[in-house]
Design a protein around this ligand. Structure first.
Ligand code: HEM
Length: 92
């Protein structure tokens, strides 16, 4: 559990820092998008995952999932998904 917690925090730290350095984050996310095309992920699948993510966060965070927090997650996910979808189209 300690090791899993450390990995999770490292990942969250990288994501949060990455948002302040989009120039470095974007190429990584573009690569992620191209790999996802290879996994068979289609554009519309991003909406399915968005709905599942928002629902799960709401369940996990409860009252802490304020409208502001929800809007921030949707904005972040939408940016990541749009970058991934664009990259997968360029690869096609
Ligand atoms: C912002 C949206 C998403 C992010 C940040 C994300 C992130 C990741 C990451 C980091 C991996 C590990 C493998 C790699 O780096 O290539 C992965 C794998 C994968 N993702 Fe996503 N993903 C997203 C959306 C989706 C969507 C919409 C689907 C389809 C429903 C999906 C399906 C998969 C599949 C099938 C794998 C491979 C799993 C495996 O073979 O073990 N992902 N994703």
């Amino acid at each position: 559990m300690t090791e899993q917690g450390r990995k999770l925090m490292t990942m969250i730290d990288a994501a949060v820092n990455g948002l302040s350095h989009l120039d470095r984050l974007v190429p990584t996310v573009q690569g992620l998008g191209r790999r996802h095309a290879g996994y068979g992920v289609r554009d519309e699948d991003y909406d399915t995952v968005a709905a599942a993510l928002v629902w799960t966060l709401g369940q996990g965070l409860g009252d802490a999932f304020t409208p502001e927090v929800k809007a921030a997650w949707i904005k972040t996910y939408t940016l990541l998904a749009a970058t991934m979808k664009d990259a997968s189209r360029l690869a096609a």
